[in-house]
Design a protein around this ligand. Structure first.
Ligand code: ATP
Ligand code: MG
Length: 551
């Protein structure tokens, strides 16, 4: 797959850089802000950054971009590390932008000394007002011509905590009439008396993103700093700072953000789904977070395959979640163990079968080494209620009065009698079986068109089934009218309490992947206990939404 695909534009750049001898090896970084859990968009950035250094024999740093003390948290740091490892990648160094605070401060001092930065006492409103517009140049701040000495003193006092939040900022002295608004004397430090999750109360001034990011890249000698397209206008400033500080020349490259339909991907929106109780936490199986997808049963390999297939580009587009589900199905079809679970059971009594019998059922027809398991077949079994119809239409090939059906890996049965309670509900089916019709050694000569799954009553284990579906009803959630939460799919979780499973599922573990025959792919949920087995539907067997759309 990846070998056959043509090079993407970043790979082309890297191959040229290696060929020309610009770099001997490459270094990338993945720089999450620890203000939420990672989502599918991050997964694509992770696969890109770590995938490149795996392919070209370099390394990737994990750098927490923790320059904003307010929103960051250690819980997020831990979840991010777990998610990257689970996706199958290893970082070389675990780093924190906050570890560079002293170095960044010194860089700022260097810029002041070069006459390239100044302390501005203007209010935020004043600064915004003086900034101009894309068609109108800005105006110089009245603090712009402070002497180097005064700037140094004020900046040191800012650090020492002499001023209130917002009283002063440090700005670069570039050009208030620059065509690129970001070059109009951008702010690089602000005062914020706030506790930081790593540096505690050591600092009350914090660097702005544009100042910290490129400099952190440079400190780590990152060769290819890859970010999303919205940072294109920042590249000029990124290069300017590296040039003026005369530090390692990291380069920034941009690719288009990856968005998925039927979901939202900004951490802010995901956080509000959690806080407002629309989902049960960041790792709710309906969330597009890596932890949500893991809990839902998506194999890490299927997410990597998906990221590989969508590739990277320069234009933002919406990726069909159907493609992700396709990758998940393809992966699980090969790797999952087949099991029988009846969701809505109806009892079948086989009147001419008396002794118990062990039948052997293959675990995975897609894997010749998958082996078999033993399943008890007895005279009382459960089948799906929907596999029986009292008055079937013409082409109904499952069980009906007088009609025949095959039981998976067992016998053909025929329905002889329908038993109802006083209210007229069907409560049991009386059937007979054909002894010569055993699967694999059938000499009965009978023709049946359908095979259904079953669970013997003696070994039936009650289980809870979480049927997950897409969290949103509309394709373009961000673009739809109204609030994004207006479009939540109220049927995105259906909890079934009626299901019974074959006994072998008692030993299911969190790492196991199952296909419940004719039902879909499932995995054990982390809240499952010995007395209450809970299974999550990972994905249905077929893409029911594609049909829905075609209607
Ligand atoms: P969000 O808007 O969801 O908070 P973010 O870009 O602010 O996302 P960061 O933690 O700052 O999240 O990003 C870490 C890395 O992941 C960055 O390099 C960013 O470009 C990348 N990234 C985030 N979202 C996407 C996406 N949808 N597609 C591709 N890359 C993404
Ligand atoms: Mg961010």
């Amino acid at each position: 797959m990846s070998e056959e695909r043509s090079l993407n534009f970043i790979e082309e750049i890297i191959e040229n850089d290696l060929k020309s001898g610009k770099y001997e090896s490459i270094v990338t970084r993945f720089p999450p802000e620890p203000n939420g859990y990672l989502h599918m968009g991050h997964a694509s950035s992770i696969c890109l950054n770590f995938g490149l250094t795996r392919k070209y024999k370099g390394y990737t740093n994990l750098r927490f971009d923790d320059t904003n003390p307010i929103t960051e948290d250690t819980e997020y740091v831990e979840s991010i590390k777990e998610d990257i490892k689970w996706l199958g990648f290893e970082w070389k160094n675990e780093l924190y932008a906050s570890d560079y605070f002293e170095q960044l401060f010194q860089f700022a001092v260097t810029l002041i000394n070069k006459g390239l930065a100044y302390v501005d006492d203007s209010t935020a409103e004043q600064i915004a007002l003086e900034k101009g517009t894309p068609t109108q140049p800005g105006v110089n701040s009245k603090y712009r011509d402070r002497s180097i000495e005064e700037n140094l003193q004020l900046f040191n006092e800012m650090r020492a905590g002499k001023y209130e939040d917002g009283a002063k900022v440090l700005r670069l002295k570039i050009d208030m009439s620059a065509g690129n608004m970001l070059m109009r004397d951008p702010l690089i430090y602000r005062i914020k008396h706030a506790h930081h999750h790593r540096t505690g109360d050591a600092w009350c001034i914090y660097p702005m993103y544009d100042f910290a990011h490129g400099q952190s890249d440079s400190i780590e000698k990152i060769t290819h700093s890859i970010c999303t397209m919205e940072f294109i206008p920042h590249r000029e400033l990124y290069d300017w700072l590296i040039e003026k500080l005369e530090i390692f020349p990291s380069h920034q490259y941009e690719f288009a953000r990856r968005n998925l339909n039927y979901t939202v991907m900004s951490k802010r929106k995901l956080l509000s789904l959690v806080n407002d109780g629309f989902v049960n936490g960041w790792d709710d199986p309906r969330m597009p977070t890596i932890s949500g997808m893991r809990r839902r049963g998506y194999p890490a390999s299927s997410i990597r395959e998906f990221c590989d297939r969508i590739g990277i580009g320069k234009r933002e587009n919406m990726v069909d979640i159907g493609l992700l589900e396709f990758c998940v199905r393809e992966d699980l079809n090969k790797s999952s163990q087949r099991r029988m679970v009846v969701f809505d059971p109806i009892k079948v009594t086989i009147s001419n079968f008396s002794s118990d019998e062990i039948v052997h059922i293959e675990n995975n027809p897609e894997n010749e080494n998958g082996g078999e398991r033993e399943v008890l077949f007895s005279n009382e079994i459960y089948i799906e209620r929907e596999d029986f119809m009292e008055n079937p239409p013409k082409k109904y090939f499952r069980l009906a009065p007088g009609q025949l059906v095959r039981l998976k890996s067992a016998y053909i049965i025929q329905c002889d009698e329908v038993i109802k309670d006083d209210a007229g509900n069907i409560i049991e089916l009386k059937c007979t079986y054909f002894p010569e019709s055993k699967s694999g050694q059938d000499t009965s000569g009978l023709q049946v068109k359908s095979t259904i799954h079953w669970v013997s009553c003696k070994e039936a284990v009650p289980v809870t089934i979480n049927l997950y579906d897409r969290l949103f009803k509309v394709e373009d959630v961000d673009g739809a009218d109204g609030e994004f939460k207006d479009h939540i799919n109220e049927n995105s979780l259906i909890v079934l309490k009626t299901a019974v499973a074959e006994k072998s599922l008692l030993s299911a573990t969190l790492n196991d992947r199952f296909q419940f025959l004719r039902k879909g792919y499932f995995c054990l949920d982390k809240e499952s206990t010995a007395n209450n087995l809970i299974f999550n539907r990972t994905v249905t067997l077929k893409d029911s939404w594609a049909k829905e759309k075609a209607k």
